[in-house]
Design a protein around this ligand. Structure first.
Ligand code: KIV
Ligand code: ZN
Length: 390
C-alpha cells in the first residue's frame, strides 16, 4: 500500500495568534513564516487581512516571502473581507482564500438570526466571489463539530458546486470525541457528491484535550489536511499541535500517511514561537517540552542508559533535541549517578560509587534536582569523609 500525503496547514499566525496577550508584529510574523516554510508546511495561514492594517500588512509581506508554501488569508462570508484578502495575497505564488460561515444550529440561530437555507446561499456566494480572485478556495463550516451531519453534507455539496477546493470541518468548540469526529468525516466521504475532487480538512480545538486525537481520527477516515499550530497554541485551550500530528504519523507507518515536514526543525521552531510570543511551553508538552526526553526515576534511568529504546519511542535527535536527559533526583539510582559522574570525568569503582551514592542521597533529599555543579561538591565531600576515616 503506498503512503499518502497529509497536507499540513499551519495557522500559528492566525488562530495561534488569537491567544490573549500574544500579539506579534509584522517582523516577528515574517521570521516565523520563513521558518514554517523551511519546516515544510504546505499552507501558511498568515492572518485575517480585513481585521486590522497590521494583519493586512503581514499577509501581504508573507505572500512575497513564502517560497514553497501556499499563503492563505481568512475571511468571513463577506464580500469586502474577500476583496481585501485577495489584495493582500496578490504577490503569493500560491494564494488561497479561506472563507466560511457558521453551520451549527446555535450559530445559525444566535449568531446570524438566520436559517439553514440562507446560510447555504451566503456560503455559496462567498465561495463564488473568492473564485473571481484565486483558484484555491477553502470553505470552513464553522462549528461543524456540532452541526447535524445531514445538513453538513448538503453544505459541502453546494460548496463543491460553487468551486471550493478544500472543505474545512472545524470542531470549533473542541466538543467532539475522536470516534464521533472520525465518523463525521466518513459520513461526508460517503454522502457528498464529488467529495473526492476536493480535500477534506480537520481543524480541531483542544477544549477537552482531544484536538490531536480528533485530527488523527479525521485523517484515518479520509481527510487529507490537518490545520494546526506550533506548540498547539490558539484560542482558549488551543488547537491541534503540529509537532504531535507529524510525529504520530511518523511513529505509526501502518497508517500509510505522512507529511512534508522535516522533523529535525521541530524543536527549534517550537522554541522560536515560544520566544517570539512570550508564551512558555509546559515542560511535559509532548515532543517539544523540556521533559519530553528527560528521565528522573531510577528504574527508567537504568533502562535508558542500557538502551534508549526501553523508555523512548522517538530518538530525540529526530526532532532536533540534542540528547535524552538524565535528571538526578532522590529517585535516581546508582546507574544514573555513575553515568552522570563519568560524563563529568569521575570514573568510580563499585566501592567508591557506594560511598558517593550515600552522600548523593543526603544531598538529593534536600533538593528538587542535583545539578552538575552539585556533583563536584558531592565528590569533594565524599573524598573528605573517606580521608578523615583513613
Ligand atoms: O475554529 C474555527 O472554526 C476557526 C475557523 C475560522 C476556521 O478557526
Ligand atoms: Zn479555530
Amino acid at each position: 500500500m503506498s503512503t499518502e500525503k497529509v497536507e499540513i496547514f499551519d495557522t500559528t499566525l492566525r488562530d495561534g495568534e488569537q491567544v490573549p496577550g500574544c500579539k506579534l508584529n509584522t517582523a516577528q510574523k515574517l521570521k516565523i513564516a520563513a521558518r514554517l516554510d523551511e519546516l515544510g508546511v504546505d499552507v501558511i495561514e498568515a492572518g485575517f487581512p480585513v481585521s486590522s492594517p497590521g494583519d493586512y500588512q503581514s499577509v501581504y509581506e508573507i505572500s512575497k516571502l513564502a517560497k514553497n508554501a501556499a499563503v492563505c488569508g481568512l475571511t468571513r462570508a463577506v464580500k469586502k473581507d474577500i476583496e481585501v484578502a485577495a489584495e493582500a495575497l496578490k504577490y503569493a505564488k500560491k494564494p488561497r482564500i479561506h472563507t466560511g460561515i457558521g453551520t451549527s444550529d446555535p450559530h445559525i440561530k444566535y449568531k446570524f438570526n438566520s436559517t439553514r437555507e440562507e446560510i447555504i446561499v451566503r456560503g455559496v456566494a462567498a465561495v463564488k466571489h473568492a473564485k473571481n480572485f484565486v483558484d484555491d478556495v477553502e470553505f470552513y463550516a464553522e462549528d461543524a463539530g456540532r452541526t447535524d451531519n445531514e445538513f453538513l453534507a448538503r453544505v459541502c455539496t453546494e460548496m463543491i458546486k460553487a468551486g471550493a477546493t478544500v472543505l474545512n470541518i472545524p470542531d470549533t468548540t473542541g466538543y467532539c470525541l475522536p470516534e464521533e469526529y472520525g465518523r463525521k468525516i466518513k459520513y461526508l466521504k460517503d454522502n457528498v457528491k464529488d467529495i473526492d475532487k476536493v480535500t477534506l480538512s480537520c481543524h480541531c480545538h483542544n477544549d477537552l484535550g482531544l484536538a490531536t486525537a480528533n485530527a488523527i481520527a479525521g485523517v484515518m477516515n479520509g481527510a487529507r489536511q490537518i490545520e494546526c499550530t506550533i506548540n498547539g497554541i490558539g484560542e482558549r485551550a488551543g488547537n491541534t499541535a503540529l509537532e504531535e500530528v507529524v510525529m504520530i504519523l511518523r511513529q505509526h507507518p501502518t497508517l500509510n500517511l505522512n507529511t512534508h515536514i522535516d522533523p529535525k526543525f521541530l524543536f527549534d521552531t517550537s522554541c522560536m514561537v515560544s520566544r517570539e510570543m512570550g508564551m512558555f511551553v509546559q515542560p511535559n508538552k509532548a515532543i517539544v517540552g523540556a521533559n519530553a526526553f528527560a528521565h528522573s526515576s531510577g528504574i527508567h534511568q537504568d533502562g535508558v542508559i542500557k538502551n534508549r529504546e526501553t523508555y523512548e519511542i522517538i530518538d530525540p535527535a529526530e526532532v532536533g533535541v540534542t540528547e535524552s536527559a538524565i535528571v538526578l533526583t532522590a529517585r535516581s539510582g546508582r546507574a544514573a549517578l555513575a553515568y552522570k559522574a563519568k560524563k563529568m570525568g569521575y570514573d568510580l569503582t563499585k566501592l567508591q560509587l557506594d560511598q558517593v551514592y550515600a552522600e548523593f542521597l543526603n544531598y538529593a533529599d534536600a533538593r528538587r534536582c542535583v545539578e552538575d555543579n552539585d556533583i563536584h561538591e558531592i565528590m569533594e565531600i565524599s573524598e573528605r569523609k573517606i580521608r578523615a576515616i583513613a
